[in-house]
Design a protein around this ligand. Structure first.
Ligand SMILES: Nc1ncnc2c1ncn2[C@@H]1O[C@H](COP(=O)(O)OP(=O)(O)O)[C@@H](O)[C@H]1O
Ligand SMILES: [Mg+2]
Length: 349
């Protein structure tokens, strides 16, 4: 379905796709709130599942955004199939599973895994001890959430990974560096024992080439600035240890390509020219309409120029940029497929 991106691909073999994130298995999606983080994470999960392997899409903020998006009942702490990716190159698409992770359930599961303590975990929850634990050990909640992602990435069955990839709808840009870097604090807190071992494992997965942190933005000043700051902060906080991924420029309106921008003379002269053109086209003499049209043209041109400037700033950040179209209607599965296809065409998955 998707054409090979580079001509050289077709010389090798048609079925081998060249994507920008070869080898990445944990895709962390962040961005300024409201820019489309959840939508982009879901579309990315579908795009990755088109490679034929199952993908896990997880959310960590207790918003049930994924359930809403896929129009299914609220997700329990259990992996549920929510969609199937479109076929690609004649190969059937993989399943997309979804999971809503919360720190308490993750801790209970963790206690069971390491101590066979499920019932103890339940009792602790009832007594409110877990809230207490996550309060006195800030960062414990984060490591439990990232820990679940690391576990899903590492999980194997029949000698191979259960999931081809894991996509995390992560906290917003302002919190992402601390969220991902927390295992360092936990390691310092728990000097020995399984929690420390667990934290070290999580840390090594997040700081490996298997993990990339993608940013979602709009072509507007504020979210672009947050993206640039977020990338810088990620590098600084992690000492370059956490890989920044791609920039997903969301809700891009179709329109003039930069090269096809009309040459404008100024609202008055353009209004005159438009009036002449309208008359020539048999649309009558209507100087007011011509003036309105000219004003709109100039407005649009101003917006486009501002967007071009934001594009340039994003490109200067040095990460691959992908543009996703503005979907005019409600985002349903068909819309997610469309966004997933745009991602694949541009080499994001
Ligand atoms: N490409 C798009 N085109 C049109 N609407 C979009 C697009 N991406 C997201 N939206 C809409 O924008 C709103 C915010 O998206 P959402 O994914 O919930 O953002 P976030 O998770 O960052 O808060 C939702 O109403 C969603 O349907
Ligand atoms: Mg969201």
């Amino acid at each position: 379905m998707t054409a090979p991106r580079r001509p050289a691909d077709s010389l090798v073999t048609v079925s081998v796709r060249d994507t920008d994130w070869e080898g990445v298995r944990l895709h962390v999606v962040t961005g300024k709130g409201g820019t489309g983080k959840t939508t982009v994470a879901a579309a990315l999960a579908l795009a990755l599942a088109s490679n034929g392997r199952p993908v896990l899409l997880m959310e960590v903020e207790g918003r049930q955004g994924i359930a809403q998006l896929f129009d299914v009942p609220p997700l329990p702490y259990e992996e549920r199939r929510v969609a199937v990716a479109p076929a690609d190159d004649g190969r059937p698409g993989g399943d997309v599973f979804a999971l809503a992770v919360d720190p308490q359930s993750a801790l209970i599961e963790y206690l069971e895994m390491f101590y066979n303590l499920r019932s103890a975990g339940r009792a602790l929850t009832r007594l409110g001890v877990l809230d207490f634990a996550t309060t006195i050990a800030p960062g414990l909640a984060d490591v439990l959430l990232t820990g679940k992602a690391a576990e899903a990435v590492r999980r194997r069955a029949d000698g191979r990974p259960v999931y081809g990839a894991v996509v995390m709808d992560a906290p917003p840009t302002g919190r992402i560096s601390r969220f991902l870097n927390v295992s360092a604090e936990i390691s310092g807190l728990a000097r020995a024992g399984p929690i420390r071992g667990h934290a070290e494992t999580v840390r090594s997965v997040i700081r490996s080439p298997q993990t990339a942190v993608h940013f979602v933005t709009l072509l507007e000043e504020m979210p672009v600035q947050e993206t640039i700051d977020g990338i810088t902060e990620l590098r600084e906080v992690s000492g370059g240890g956490i890989q920044a991924g791609g920039i997903f420029v969301n809700m891009v309106r179709a329109g003039w390509s930069p090269g096809a921008m009309p040459v404008l003379d100024g609202p008055e002269r353009d209004a005159q020219a438009l009036a002449v053109a309208l008359k020539a086209a048999g649309l009558g003499e209507d100087p007011e309409l011509a003036a309105d049209l000219a004003a709109e043209l100039h407005d649009e041109a101003r917006t486009r120029r501002a967007q071009q400037e934001q594009r340039r700033r994003l490109e200067a950040a040095g990460q691959p940029c992908y543009e996703l179209p503005l979907i005019p209607d409600e985002i349903d599965l068909a819309a997610l497929y469309k966004l997933a296809e745009a991602m694949r065409e541009q080499g994001a998955a």
